[in-house]
Design a binder for this molecule. Sequence first.
Ligand code: HEM
Length: 491
Amino acid sequence: MFFHSIILTIATAIIVISAIYKYYRCHTFWQRQGIKARYVPDFGWMREPMHEFFYREAKKFGNIFGIYGIGNSFLIMNDPKIAREISTKEFHKFPIRWGNYFGKTSVILSLVFIQDYDAWKRIRAIAAPAFTSAKLKAMITPINNISNNFVNNLKKHAENGEMFDMKIYTNALAMDVIASCGFGIELNSINEYNHPLVKHALRIMNVDFTFSMIICMVFPSLGRFLDFDPVDRKSAKFFDDLTFKIIEDRLKRKNQQKKDLIGLLVEQTVNDNSESNEIDKKEQKLKGISHKEIAGQVIGFFLAGYDTTNVALCHIIYYLIKHPEWQDKLYEELSTHDSSLDYESLRNLPILNGVIYETLRLKPPVNYIPRYTNKDTTLLNTGIKIPAKTTILSHPYIIHRMPEYFPDPESFQPERFMGEKSMESSIAYMPFGLGNRFCVGMRFALIELRAAVAHLILNYRLLPDPNLKLDYYKGHFILSPKQLMIRIAKR
Ligand code: HEM
């Protein structure tokens, strides 16, 4: 008996000491490599706007620092050269964007969230051609029509001269564009907020943290165990059913595909005629794209393309109000430009493009660019050891404010992006991400922004307001102002 208790005590002591030692080794991992680290995750990034939280942390800890999470760790990498290498030369080590658990809906098949490298490569090769200039030219007509509608909906505010929330209108524009160019569904969501597509899209893109979302993000294994989903299952099912119906319809009308994103993906569909929502495991081996994967892409385009473009437009409007001299220059450029606002001419307006690129520098819509590794590895040029289950985060908002790359970084200077020495190709410019996984919808987003801004400025003056301030959502992945209260007048 006595002997048993001694064994038990020694065994308990060994377990406790090894646990403490393991905890100590894990929680000094970064410091032992000479990298500063933040100890306890205090969820500060959820209690204030994420860009403000990380900017303050970067001022304390520098461009590279570690964070110990719960059962995982993070490396903040705001050195643009290394960040770029991680996404290019060292991409094979970090092909995955996230290590979180994203549940079981078709969202996990979207390019944004997919965690299987081979499937990502196959789907990216299929999706990327949908965003070439040739394909996008066909989308400029619906985009121009929706921009016209956007401008018409604003008429009453120009007439009464009162302050209103412009974000309601940019929300509607972004929703109508993605519904039309993604699904071929014509909406006027400003008057149709009860339309099922609008309701379900907004539910899927919910900016408020839900309990299951937090569990899946912070405790992925628990999320998996409890069978949680970070997105609304009913809404994901709505999008699956809608997509399957559209695909069925499109397959019947072979050779007359609509030139929207679903149409372009359906051209390459695996014609399995499957009505099942189950994912066939063999599917991963196929060359084409299955119906369920198309549904995943379309939801992904909503998740990746709606709010990003929406907040970019809000910020462009914000800077044009803060810098009326650029509003005047832009109006001059647009009004002396004689051709219609077609795809090519919109691409070739230097002031319009300078304003958009400079806004995306100062207010990059995506707060961080993540890269994740499942295996222990080393960053070659730095020798930094990266343990498995580490996420590396780069913050465009911080990198875009480095004076060595962008002198006088806080000032709004669209001329940085005009002319031959445009900073668009700077290694530190990354509003659309980096390397192999950079934003597939970049050209689409730019053409939407150019059309919307051109229509707006040709029709209205955005009235100056020295008190204009933006208040941002807390802890949100997107740099999203809650509202944009402005006044406008007819030109
Ligand atoms: C101003 C608007 C936009 C901005 C600033 C933006 C930014 C980004 C960023 C930073 C990433 C991550 C890139 C990386 O990890 O390196 C990304 C990925 C992605 N974006 Fe965008 N985006 C915008 C609009 C759009 C639109 C309109 C669409 C589609 C219609 C779209 C589709 C995607 C997809 C599918 C991915 C994942 C790509 C992959 O992993 O292969 N984005 N975007």
